[in-house]
Design a protein around this ligand. Structure first.
Ligand SMILES: NC(=O)C1=CN([C@@H]2O[C@H](COP(=O)(O)OP(=O)(O)OC[C@H]3O[C@@H](n4cnc5c(N)ncnc54)[C@H](OP(=O)(O)O)[C@@H]3O)[C@@H](O)[C@H]2O)C=CC1
Ligand SMILES: C=C(O[C@H]1[C@H](O)[C@@H](CO)O[C@H](OP(=O)(O)OP(=O)(O)OC[C@H]2O[C@@H](n3ccc(=O)[nH]c3=O)[C@H](O)[C@@H]2O)[C@@H]1NC(C)=O)C(=O)O
Length: 363
C-alpha cells in the first residue's frame, strides 16, 4: 500500500515516538463469530486497572473534557445497549483527536473511536478503557463534486446534501445513521452503491500520531470490508475526500431509496442495521434465510428479530447485551440447522475487558 504524505505534526500535538513502538491500536472489537465467551474468560486481562495520578474526576486536559466512569454506552449506541465506559472524551477537531490518543497512550488506556454507534454491540459491563466520540464535522469543498469531509460528519447528512446538489454516488447514504469515518471503515453500502465507489482518499492518524493520506488507488475494499479493519497501526480515520459526478436524477433516486428503506426496514426502532452480512455467492440474503427459517418475531428477553426485516434485531425495550448475543447465537444456529449456511456477523461486539490486538475480522 502506498501511503502518500506526510509525517507532519499537527499543532505541536504529535504523539511521542514511543507510542508507535509500544502501543498497537488496542483493538477490542471482534466479529461475533469469534468465540466471545471463550475469549472473555481465557484471554481477558482481569488485572487491567488504571490509576491516573493527579487527575480529578471529569477534568479538562488541553481543552478536552475527560469524563470518568459516568458515560453510559447505551446512550452512544443506536441499539441502546451498554454499560459505562471508564473514560469518555468527545473530540471536535483533529488536534483534539491527537490529544485524546496521547492521553490514552500516556495512561495506558485501551481506546476505541466511535461515530454514531450504529454498528456496535456494547456489553452491559461497559468498556474498560476510553471511548472517544468522533465529532469532527468539517466539510470543505475542494472543487466541483469533490469534498474533504471530517470523519465525524453524518453520513446521512452528507448523502442528502450531495443528492440535493445534483451529485451522484451517495444517494444510498440517505437514512444511514453512521458517520463518514464509520462508513469508510465498514465500506457501508446499500442499493448497489458503496462507500468505496466514491472515495478519493482517506486521511488517517496512526498509533504513532502521524497523519497519512491514503489514496483510493492503493486501498482495496470489499463487501463490508476495508483495509482499515486490518490496519495494525491505525488509530483513527480523520477525514475522507469524496469525488462525485453530476446527475440530474440523484435526488429522485435517493428519495426512492429512502421510501424503500422506510417500507422494508424497522426505521425508528432501536437497531444496528443488518446484523449479518449477506452470504457470498448464494443468491439469497441473510434476511431472507432468517425469514424462511420462521424466525421473525422470535425474542430473547428484550431482543427481538424484527417483524419487518429479519436481518434487523431490535431492542424492543430493556434488552441486555446478553439477550442480544443469545438471540444472535440462536438465529445462527437455527439458520445453520435449516439451510446449512453459517451466517457471519456484520455488527461488532465490544468486549468489556479483553485486551485484544487486531481483530482479524472474519470476512
Ligand atoms: N446500510 C444501513 O442501513 C446501515 C449501515 N450502517 C453502517 O455501519 C457503520 C457504522 O458507522 P458509525 O455509527 O459511525 O460507526 P460506529 O460508531 O458503530 O463504529 C463502529 C466501528 O467502526 C470503527 N470506526 C468508526 N469510526 C471510526 C473512525 N473515525 N476511525 C476508525 N475507526 C472507526 C471502529 O472500529 P474499531 O474500534 O475496531 O476501529 C468502531 O468501533 C457505517 O458504515 C454505517 O453506514 C449502520 C446501520 C445501518
Ligand atoms: C441495513 C444495512 O444494509 C442493507 C441495505 O440497507 C439494503 C438495501 O440496499 O441491502 C442490504 O440488505 P438486504 O440484502 O437484506 O436487502 P433487502 O432488499 O432488504 O432484502 C433482500 C431480499 O431479502 C428478502 N427479505 C428481506 C427481509 C426479510 O425479512 N425477508 C425477506 O424475504 C427481500 O424480499 C429481498 O428479496 C444491506 N444489508 C447487507 C447485510 O448487505 C446495513 O448494512 O446495516
Amino acid at each position: 500500500m502506498r501511503k502518500s504524505t506526510s509525517k507532519e505534526m499537527i499543532g505541536g500535538l504529535a504523539l511521542t515516538s514511543s507510542l508507535s513502538q509500544t502501543t498497537k491500536k488496542p483493538s477490542k472489537l471482534l466479529p461475533l463469530s469469534h468465540s466471545y465467551r471463550q475469549a472473555r474468560f481465557s484471554q481477558c486481562n482481569h488485572n487491567h486497572t488504571h490509576t491516573i495520578k493527579n487527575q480529578r474526576l471529569n477534568h479538562r486536559l488541553n481543552g478536552l473534557k475527560i469524563v470518568r466512569g459516568e458515560k453510559l454506552l447505551r446512550d452512544l449506541s443506536t441499539w441502546g445497549i451498554g454499560g459505562p465506559c471508564n473514560y469518555y472524551i468527545e473530540v471536535f477537531n483533529q488536534n483534539q483527536l491527537v490529544s485524546a490518543l496521547r492521553f490514552c497512550h500516556e495512561n495506558s488506556l485501551r481506546f476505541m473511536i466511535i461515530g454514531r454507534g450504529s454498528n456496535c454491540l456494547f456489553d452491559d459491563l461497559g468498556f474498560d478503557g476510553c471511548v472517544i466520540l468522533n465529532r469532527i464535522e468539517f466539510l470543505e469543498r475542494i472543487e466541483s463534486g469533490v469534498f474533504r469531509v471530517g470523519s465525524g460528519f453524518g453520513f446521512n447528512r452528507l448523502g442528502t446534501m450531495c443528492s440535493i446538489k445534483g451529485l451522484t454516488g451517495l444517494e444510498f447514504a440517505g437514512g444511514i445513521p453512521g458517520t463518514v469515518g464509520g462508513a469508510a471503515y465498514m465500506n457501508a453500502g446499500a442499493n448497489g452503491q458503496e462507500t468505496a465507489d466514491i472515495v478519493d482518499s482517506v486521511e488517517i492518524v496512526t498509533t504513532g500520531g502521524q497523519f497519512q493520506t491514503l489514496l483510493r488507488v492503493d486501498l482495496s475494499f470489499g463487501y463490508r470490508s476495508s483495509p482499515f479493519q486490518d490496519m495494525q497501526d491505525l488509530a483513527a480515520i480523520a477525514a475522507v475526500t469524496f469525488r462525485l459526478r453530476h446527475s440530474e436524477s440523484a435526488r429522485r433516486k435517493q428519495l426512492e431509496y429512502l421510501e424503500r428503506r422506510r417500507s422494508s426496514q424497522p426505521v425508528g426502532e432501536k437497531s444496528a442495521g443488518s446484523v449479518f452480512r449477506n452470504p457470498s455467492n448464494l443468491g439469497v440474503s441473510a434476511g431472507e434465510l432468517i425469514d424462511r427459517a420462521g424466525l421473525k418475531g422470535v425474542r430473547v428477553g428484550g431482543a427481538m428479530v424484527s417483524n419487518i426485516h429479519a436481518n434487523f434485531f431490535v431492542n424492543s425495550g430493556e434488552s441486555t447485551s446478553r439477550d442480544m448475543l443469545q438471540l444472535i447465537s440462536l438465529v445462527k444456529e437455527m439458520v445453520y440447522q435449516k439451510f446449512g449456511v453459517q451466517l457471519k456477523e456484520e455488527v461488532l461486539y465490544v468486549y468489556p475487558h479483553c485486551n485484544y490486538l487486531n481483530p482479524n475480522r472474519d470476512k
